[in-house]
Design a protein around this ligand. Structure first.
Ligand code: F6R
Length: 628
């Protein structure tokens, strides 16, 4: 996730761009840059730091111009550095592009462009875009006279008197080459406007008076205007100071201009009341972006030789983590052992650090799973594994965080900053990484693997289907759950960790005492607590233990507790035995943690909301726990 902005108007562009970038710094903050078009040569400045660093370095600069673009980065391809910061340019430095998204096939395009003589300065996927646009523009500049088929520099120079159609068409042609997601803004020397386009990444236009703004998100422009046009999937726009032209599929389209009544703070939350709700709604996107990052043309690539370590050297996997990340590892153990039959040990970091865990580091790959990359217990655990001679891998969401400096290698979740204290979208992204790792190491017939992969690729839609039921089903059940002071969450197999996660989420934000349990374990003690005032949330997936779990439901009902089931569409049987059903789409059992998690995250959120709790900052908690 990155933030992109553009300005075209009658005022000096740079201060406006810097202000806009600052407003969307929450979208990424490892590096940033601007490109300003004035009378002379275009000015480019990038920094491997924050927007404040960029501002500091540009104070007193001669960056004058009325057209500019800017970018604040959350690195995906290529480490955070000045070189990889946006904007990226074509070879001549005349076309500049800022991009939010992931170009899946950039390697192939890059190789092609290298063979045509293009020079690349960064490791990013984005840099192919200005080169492609440049090539398209060159083609259009070719002399039409018969016999003059070769590219002619003089003719090309003359053709630099730009018009909107030319750049727009060149951008359009370049975009036909790209697989993946993008929101881009393109500036070109000599052109008094900007061209913008989007596919699966958000982009808005802020409408001003003899000036217009483009940005990833509304807060970027809200200081300047509250007249907003939301670009839609596949839109391409040419934005000048006094005109906005939008087309889709080659034909001009009209997009409604809306008046946004939000404050800046509302806008940062995307109009949601809390960051947590916004982040739950970003779960489909989190799945998609994490898949995009590591699944290229159906090949899983982490840049780490997991196969060599596991199959070649016969190593097992050890995962250490805390809290929600720990529950993700418990689920990951099921996923990887099921798909790959590779033994996975999991350790609660705070216990692992002082345990007599028998560890032959040379036979282990140790993975630290941590959203923040700063959790003290997890860092210590990884250091311990390293001391024992393990190869170490970090799975984190924060670039350059402490864990990345300890681990030999790092895998990044690609979910953008998570601001709500309760982890949500990062948990989902961790699961996606475990599915990919399981499939990478799987020894299953090719045809079976293809089926798994196809189903995994459908998970963003599956997660979205659960979100679509939020208003009706889930909110109603949350109102019901909110009346109680104690609750149990139970599941089995791959869904036991999801029950633990559901209970953790509920207790930390609603202050209801909630316990996660293996469904078959209640009878070994907790039954003593079951009364009509202790609701039990049961995950009832159609897997090899469905009947057993249904048996547990009947036992619970016999003790008088209300039961809320998370059950799949089409499971009518369940209605006979439970008090309420939250429906989720049916998937293969192995993928059921995805819809079940989204449902439980929503249930926790709406229950806490019903109880009037401080959701984004629950009492006594912090987003990263840097003490033991
Ligand atoms: C709960 C939650 C915490 C974190 C835990 C580990 O919603 O967010 O339990 O999961 O503090 O944090 P990371 O993943 O940053 O190491």
């Amino acid at each position: 996730m990155c933030g992109i902005v553009g300005y075209v108007g009658e005022r000096e562009a740079l201060p406006i761009i810097l202000e806009s970038l600052k407003r969307i710094e929450y979208r990424g903050y490892d590096s940033c840059g601007v490109f300003v078009l004035g009378d002379g040569e275009p000015k480019l400045h990038k920094d491997a730091g924050t927007i404040d660093d960029l501002k500091e370095n540009l104070i007193g600069s001669e960056y004058k111009g009325k057209v500019a673009i800017g970018h604040t980065r959350w690195a995906t391809h290529g480490a955070p550095s000045k070189r990889n910061a946006h904007p990226h340019l074509d070879g001549k430095g005349e076309i500049a592009v800022v991009h939010n998204g992931i170009i899946e096939n950039y390697q192939l395009i890059k190789e092609e462009l290298l063979s045509l003589g293009c020079k690349f300065v960064s490791e990013t996927d984005t840099e192919v875009i200005p080169h492609l646009i440049n090539l398209s523009l060159k083609k259009k500049a070719l002399p039409k006279k018969p016999g003059s088929g070769k590219f002619d520099q003089q003719t090309f120079k003359k053709s630099l008197i730009k018009n909107a159609i030319e750049l727009k068409e060149a951008v359009k042609e370049a975009l036909t080459r790209l697989n993946g997601s993008y929101a881009i803004i393109v500036a070109e020397k000599g052109f008094d406007g900007l061209v913008a386009a989007r596919k699966e990444s958000p982009l808005i236009i802020g409408v001003g008076d003899r000036e217009n703004f483009i940005a990833s998100d509304v807060p970027a422009v809200l200081e300047q205007t509250n007249r907003i046009i939301y670009l839609e999937e596949g839109d391409l726009a040419v934005v000048k100071k006094d005109s906005i032209y939008i087309e889709n599929g080659g034909a001009e389209v009209r997009r409604e201009e809306r008046l946004i009544p939000w404050t800046i703070e509302d806008a940062e939350k995307g109009g949601y009341e809390h960051f947590m709700l916004k982040e739950i709604h970003e779960e489909p996107r989190a799945i998609m972006d994490t898949l995009r990052g590591y699944l290229m043309e159906d090949e899983i690539k982490f840049g780490i030789d997991f196969r060599g370590e596991v199959e070649g050297k016969g190593k097992d996997i050890l995962m250490v983590a805390c809290g929600t990340s720990y529950y993700a590892t418990l689920c990951g153990k099921h996923i990887i052992e099921n798909l790959a039959k590779v033994p996975v040990q999991v350790g609660l970091a705070s216990e692992f650090n002082y345990s007599n865990f028998v560890l032959d580091g040379t036979k282990i790959i140790a993975m630290a799973i941590t959203q923040s990359g700063e959790t003290a217990d997890t860092l210590m655990a990884l250091k311990k594994a390293k001391r024992y001679g393990s190869k170490t891998v970090a799975l984190t969401n924060v670039l350059g965080s402490s864990v990345t400096r300890i681990a030999d290698d790092t895998i990044y979740m690609r979910v953008g900053p998570e601001i709500g204290v309760a982890a949500t979208k990062s948990f989902i992204a961790q699961l996606v990484i475990f599915y990919l790792l399981g499939l990478l190491l799987a020894k299953k017939p090719e045809s079976e693997l293809v089926e798994y992969l196809e189903e995994l690729k459908r998970m963003p839609q599956i997660a979205q289907m659960v979100l679509d039921e939020e208003d009706t089903d889930i909110q109603m059940h949350a109102r019901y759950l909110a009346k109680y002071e104690h609750a149990f969450f139970v599941g089995r197999g791959v869904n036991l960790p999801i029950a633990l996660e559901g209970a953790l989420k509920l207790k930390e934000i609603s202050y209801i005492h909630a316990e996660g349990y293996a469904a078959g374990e209640l009878k070994h003690g907790p039954f003593a607590l079951l009364t009509k005032d202790t609701p039990v949330v049961v995950i009832l997936t159609h897997d090899n233990v469905y009947e057993k779990t249904m048996g547990n439901v009947k036992e619970i009902k016999a003790r008088g507790s209300p039961v809320i089931a998370i059950a799949e569409e089409g499971d009518e049987e369940v209605e006979k035995y439970v008090d309420a059903v939250i429906r989720v789409p049916r998937t293969s059992a192995i993928f059921s943690p995805i819809p079940n998690t989204v449902a439980l995250h929503l249930l926790a959120y709406w229950t806490a909301k019903e109880r009037g709790c401080e959701i984004d900052k629950p009492r006594n908690l912090a987003k990263s726990v840097t003490v033991e």
